[in-house]
Design a protein around this ligand. Structure first.
Ligand SMILES: NC(=O)c1ccc[n+]([C@@H]2O[C@H](COP(=O)([O-])OP(=O)(O)OC[C@H]3O[C@@H](n4cnc5c(N)ncnc54)[C@H](OP(=O)(O)O)[C@@H]3O)[C@@H](O)[C@H]2O)c1
Length: 246
């Protein structure tokens, strides 16, 4: 019997959930539970971690899961590693639904870095106004450059004091558009953008806005993962499911 675990947290995961539900497939959607009000899904939904790869392997067995689709964010590397390990241990088929990384165009001014710490180091020493478009994780490291004013865009209002002395918080949930992001950056006199190379459409508007305003973007490259079966679209995942017994 086919039963799918869909690891979510991205626009693409939500699109796949809709397609699986429309096809009447037996699937469970999983959220880490990072946001207060996650987008509701047309599938039975569970919330919270599994307890590492061992916990996930036990869940796969208990729930008789036959296929896992890892549609987590490209920076959710721990979850992706756990999924690989647990599926190998439990003998469950796994694929990743992964969007290609963004590429700089000719007129873009991107500084490529491979870590959060390198992104901090890439910011200037003189006080700047930085759109820190990386969500709520990893803010602490930017405390090493407290001279900057940081514009943060978060899904939920922070429930604890922020680790940065000069911040403006914008509460918003994507997808975002170019006109809105251009106006946001102008309103806050942004001089630099820091972004994770998430890929996809929903978060790309800030890059187009930065290009039109001539702003430099510190682009954090994706974490490296072991080789895995990567598919690029919902249609490819549906084909993989039908070819692999679903
Ligand atoms: N990292 C980002 O920049 C980013 C951006 C947008 C959305 N997201 C989404 O936010 C969630 C958390 O991201 P993260 O970077 O914190 O992940 P992470 O560092 O790779 O994962 C940390 C732990 O969170 C739990 N977890 C993560 N994704 C889960 C899921 N879909 N269902 C159940 N448990 C999950 C797992 O806990 P256990 O070990 O206990 O199983 C995992 O070991 C993911 O669903 C991701 O798609 C992340």
């Amino acid at each position: 019997m086919t039963r799918i675990l869909l690891l979510g947290g991205t626009t693409e995961a939500s699109a796949l959930a809709r397609t699986l539900a429309d096809a009447g497939m037996d699937a469970v959607f999983s959220y880490a539970g990072r946001t207060a009000k996650p987008v509701s899904q047309p599938l039975p939904t569970r919330l919270g971690g599994f307890g590492g790869p061992e916990g996930l392997a036990a869940y796969l067995k208990a729930e008789a899961i036959s296929h896992v689709v890892d549609a987590t964010h490209p920076f959710a590397a721990q979850m992706s590693r756990n999924a690989m390990q647990a599926c190998a241990a439990a003998g469950v088929a796994l694929c990743a639904l992964e969007r290609p990384p963004w590429q700089a165009g000719e007129v873009d001014s991107w500084i490529h870095v491979d870590s959060i710490d390198a992104a901090v180091a890439a910011l200037p020493d003189a006080a700047a106004r930085v759109f820190l478009a990386i969500g709520k994780q990893n803010l602490t490291q930017f405390g090493a450059k407290p001279q900057h004013h940081y514009l943060l865009r978060l899904v939920d209002a922070p429930d604890a004091p922020l680790p940065l002395p000069h911040t403006t918080v914008e509460i918003a949930r994507g997808p975002f558009d170019v006109a809105g992001d251009t106006a946001l950056m102008q309103r806050h006199d942004i001089t630099h953008v820091v972004a994770k190379n998430a890929g996809g459409i929903g978060a790309a508007a800030k890059l187009t806005a930065a290009r039109s305003l001539g702003l430099p973007v510190v682009m954090i490259d994706r974490p490296q993962l072991p080789q895995r079966h990567i598919l690029g679209s919902v249609a490819e995942v549906m084909a993989w499911l039908s070819h692999s017994g679903a």
